[in-house]
Design a protein around this ligand. Structure first.
Ligand SMILES: [Zn+2]
Ligand SMILES: [Zn+2]
Length: 328
């Protein structure tokens, strides 16, 4: 099978022995496609993942071999996420499922940018679903990233009709704005790139260019930070009302912080949200299925052979998000 690995700051295609179940429970799946996540870009660009790593986790796949207690069978087309919480530890019981040790240790192997992937029985029982008939493979690939957004919206515990500014309208910002709307929030998005502002508007959500975010802008109850720029922190502090919430949903290169005194005097809540729980994922799939969140026009397809270009084009902002057609 072909796999894409990090090697000398490049993404290189290699041959590897085919994966088989070899007596394990679970399934071997043929990856039809895999979304390129912002976290993959960070791991690649910031050299966080070592050479030999197979990135990718937003997979749409077909089961080719299976031994499972679940009702999935050979030939089923599925989506799955990559981490599963134990449900028993202190983190899980406190609602911080994405900090659970088991959550962090579980994964699909070797990674989504591989022609074949091993999916454990635990994945099949907890976070895998058949692709709904009314969704295309590309649409279904948003199951996991949208799950992350659903979690963020829930964690912010906002009152219905709260005003929320989404800073950064990359693919996650576009999903986040729609997830917020689905949960009854009054949403506006902002970005530096006009095309992205227009894309959010095309989904029926108000959006403006950051440069138009002047003193006349009415401060919002919450700001959701999906931008990976350090400067965006200033935008968030300027836009949030006193007593409001800033939800952090992105790493920033300089890792600069929010100012202590401003948090104190303005009684701000700053909170993070990371990876989704099985329930968040279930909710995400429902939102996609009923069309409450639309994803048309977000992804650009790439052949597996062009995976380096998929990374390059995402990094240079030529595209919003890549969908790599691993087996096509
Ligand atoms: Zn992701
Ligand atoms: Zn746990």
């Amino acid at each position: 099978m072909k796999i894409a690995v990090i090697e000398n700051e490049k993404i290189v295609l290699k041959n590897a022995p085919d994966i088989t179940l070899g007596g394990r429970k679970g399934a071997v799946v043929k990856v039809l496609g895999c979304g390129l996540c912002g976290s993959d870009i960070v791991k690649f660009r910031e050299k966080i993942s070592p050479d030999g790593t197979v990135l990718g986790h937003e997979i749409v796949a077909e089961i080719v071999e299976i031994d499972s207690e679940t009702s999935f069978k050979k030939g089923d087309k599925i989506i799955t996420s990559h981490h599963i919480p134990c449900g028993e530890c202190h983190y899980c019981k406190s609602g911080n499922v994405s900090m659970c040790k088991h959550f962090k240790s579980t994964n699909i192997r070797p990674g989504g940018f591989s022609e074949l992937v091993y999916v454990s029985d635990e994945h099949l029982s907890n976070v895998a679903y058949l692709i709904p008939e009314n969704l295309t493979e590309v649409e279904a690939s948003f199951y996991e990233p949208l799950g992350c957004c659903v979690r963020a919206v829930k964690r912010a515990r906002l009152m219905e009709n709260s005003s929320v500014l989404v800073v950064g309208l990359g693919s996650i910002g576009i999903l986040m704005a729609q997830a917020l709307r689905a949960f009854g929030m009054n949403v506006i998005g902002c970005d530096l790139i006009d095309e992205r502002v227009e894309l959010l508007k095309s989904f029926g959500i108000n959006a403006i260019n950051v440069k138009d975010l002047d003193d006349s802008f009415e401060k919002t109850d919450a700001v959701f930070m999906t931008s990976g720029a350090d400067k965006a922190l200033d935008t968030a502090l300027k836009a949030v009302r006193n007593g409001g919430t800033i939800l952090v949903f992105s790493s920033t290169p300089l890792n600069s912080g929010y100012p202590n005194n401003e948090i104190y005097y303005r009684e701000l809540t700053i909170l993070g949200s990371y990876s989704p729980s099985p329930v968040d994922l279930k909710d995400s799939l429902e939102l996609l299925k009923i069309g409450r969140v639309k994803v048309k026009g977000i992804s650009t397809p790439y052949r597996f052979d062009d995976i380096q270009k998929a990374f390059d084009d995402t990094i240079s902002n030529r595209i919003m998000k890549a969908y790599v057609e691993v087996n096509k």
